[in-house]
Design a protein around this ligand. Structure first.
Ligand code: PNS
Length: 168
């Protein structure tokens, strides 16, 4: 039976840290659904369709060197575990940079297990991406700093355009 996993997140926008987690997750599963999920606690910079496009462009730019199938999708409402059930995934993948991330992620992992027996597998961030977050790159781009170390080129371009539009 193929192992199917879901990597959910806001991805607003995707960073090189997220891409690294995707690349590493595809080495241990047969199919990975990268899912842009609506987080009611956040006001997104990019629409979910734009975030999906940026993920697809980033995957094309960087390539995934494994035989796993990668599917990019959205979940605009409803429980993540229902999405997992729909695609036959028994596992969620999450990256973590520090104990701050783990404190945030642990209750969600426990709820997802309670709700549907879906387990969460945590992949530690590569130290080179340990300080990279979507919110920080948005802030740097808005203040006209370079984000090319932190995000794929397609994302850097989208951030630059969004920074210009916000100034108008
Ligand atoms: O990148 P984020 O914003 O930290 O991702 C959080 C996200 C979207 C994965 C989380 O909010 C989520 O799973 N939302 C879906 C709704 C859900 O299933 N909630 C109950 C379990 S946490």
């Amino acid at each position: 039976m193929p192992s199917i996993a879901v990597y959910p997140g806001s991805f607003d926008p995707i960073t090189l840290g997220h891409l690294d987690i995707i690349a590493r997750a595809t080495k241990v599963v047969d199919e990975l659904h990268v899912v842009v999920v609506h987080n009611p606690g956040k006001t997104p910079r990019f629409s979910s369709a734009e975030r999906v496009e940026l993920i697809r462009a980033s995957l094309a730019e960087h390539g995934i060197h494994s035989n796993a199938k990668v599917i990019v999708d959205t979940l605009d409402s409803g429980l993540l575990v229902n999405y997992c059930r729909m695609v036959g995934a028994s596992v969620l993948v999450k990256g973590f940079r520090s104990n701050v991330d783990l404190d945030y992620e642990l209750p969600m992992a426990q709820v997802n297990r309670d709700l549907a027996g879906v387990e969460t597998i945590f992949i530690p961030a590569d130290p080179q991406h340990g300080h990279v977050s979507s919110s920080l790159v948005k802030q740097v781009a808005d203040l006209e700093g370079s984000v090319t170390k932190y995000v794929p080129q397609a994302v850097a371009r989208a951030l630059a355009t969004s920074a210009v539009n916000r100034k108008k």
